[in-house]
Design a protein around this ligand. Structure first.
Ligand code: ADP
Ligand code: MG
Length: 366
């Protein structure tokens, strides 16, 4: 199969929303009057973000989902995408499944694939996503205000728990793993929520690297601080049930491969240095009396990443509006804390003591 056959067969669809789509030197797009173009790009690299034997349908979904999540965090309406692929070989079943996963999600959100690039190389998937947002209405990281409530959508930590299981660091039951694996492999970009938050929220970010890291970006950009109540965080019953699990010490690694080790480094913020957890917690109180067990939960929820939920700040006056939105969308929106003066995020346990988890999220170069 030639490069052009490949593009034609798997990645060329009608694009009625573009002046010109796949097939020329550039696509031609027209943004609605009074709208701004929101553009973002995100790359998934084999061995860093996924295992090379990852299910291609789910990979197609996730490659687009992580990009849509960025537009959701801006309050933008997704319109167009570019897809750049480096592939070790043109494997037809893989391409078929990957494109099915990609287009299934694209169709859900009215996204048209208008171009890209295809080369041979180590598996690497890169999407550039484009959307529209009314002029001045985008939700920026820099716009949080003193006294804002901090909210988060959906639930946090399940994806990180699934990854911990894949790494042999915890042992989940088959049913629990199936639930968490859905969060890890098939995240739901909160597009509808992002658009509904225009004029309701002051600032927003999607939680891709972990709540503390991502909320930290809002705080830095807005030059403010935050206080979060750990007990208010939305945690699945599944994750909660692993309170009391020793996250790495009692379980032998079930799978050992260099790739798992590569992924390990991505996960080190969650389960590394566990023996030092006494040092990681500045205060000794916790949900249980334990230390190791709660560190797993704390890290999955606060630093796990891959959640692709929205964290946003909104004025207290909009509390009811946010709650109504939650009800209308049938999506949990949980108030987890407040924007305060100062800098950095303080996480408090129920008794008021401070929870410190050491690292706050994933950083590719740390
Ligand atoms: P050029 O040589 O001008 O860069 P290419 O041969 O790379 O053009 O691509 C031909 C056309 O196919 C272009 O319109 C490009 O945007 C599109 N294209 C290439 N790869 C992909 C892909 N993976 N998905 C969608 N469109 C693609
Ligand atoms: Mg090209």
């Amino acid at each position: 199969m030639s490069e052009f056959d490949l593009i034609q067969r798997y990645f060329t669809r009608a694009t009625p929303g573009a002046e010109l789509g796949v097939g020329d030197d550039a696509a031609l797009l027209r943004v609605g009057s009074g709208m701004e173009l929101a553009v973002s790009t995100d790359m998934l690299v084999s061995g860093t973000h996924f295992l090379p034997d990852a299910d291609p349908f789910l990979l197609g979904h996730k490659t687009l989902a992580v990009n849509l999540s960025d537009l959701a965090a801006m309050g933008a309406q997704p319109r167009w995408a570019l897809l750049s692929l480096a592939l070790p070989e043109a494997e037809e079943t893989w391409l078929q499944k990957f494109s099915e996963g990609f287009f299934a999600l694209a169709d859900q959100h009215g996204v048209e694939l208008v171009g890209g690039d295809t080369t041979r190389g180590p598996l690497n998937l890169c999407v550039t996503i484009m959307g529209e947002v009314p002029q001045g209405a985008a939700l920026r990281r820099s716009a949080a205000q003193l006294g804002d409530d901090i909210w988060v959508s959906g639930r946090l930590g399940d994806a990180a728990l699934a990854l911990a299981h894949l790494q042999g660091k915890v042992e989940l039951s088959a049913a629990d793993f199936a639930m968490c694996a859905l969060a890890l492999h098939q995240p739901t970009p909160r597009i509808e929520l992002g658009m509904a938050l225009r004029g309701v929220a002051h600032s927003a970010i999607d939680v891709s690297d972990g709540l503390l890291a991502d909320l930290g970006h809002i705080l830095e950009c807005s030059k403010l601080g935050a206080e979060i109540q750990f007990d208010a965080l939305p945690i699945s019953d599944t994750l909660r049930s692993y309170s009391g699990q020793d996250p790495s010490l009692s379980f032998p690694r079930r799978r050992e491969s260099s790739l798992i080790k590569t992924l390990d480094s991505r996960f080190r913020g969650i389960t590394s240095d566990l023996p030092a957890c006494g040092l990681s917690r500045m205060a000794s109180s916790s949900i249980n009396d334990g230390c190791l067990e709660d560190l797993l939960i704390h890290r999955c929820v606060l630093a796990g990443g891959d959640d692709y939920e929205l964290c946003f700040t909104a004025p207290i006056a909009h509390r009811v509006a946010v709650e109504e939105l939650s009800h209308r969308m049938n999506l949990p929106l949980t108030r987890i804390g407040a924007i305060v003066a100062g800098s950095g995020c303080t996480v408090r346990a129920a008794d008021g003591s401070i929870i410190n988890i050491g690292e706050s999220g994933y950083d590719h170069f740390r």
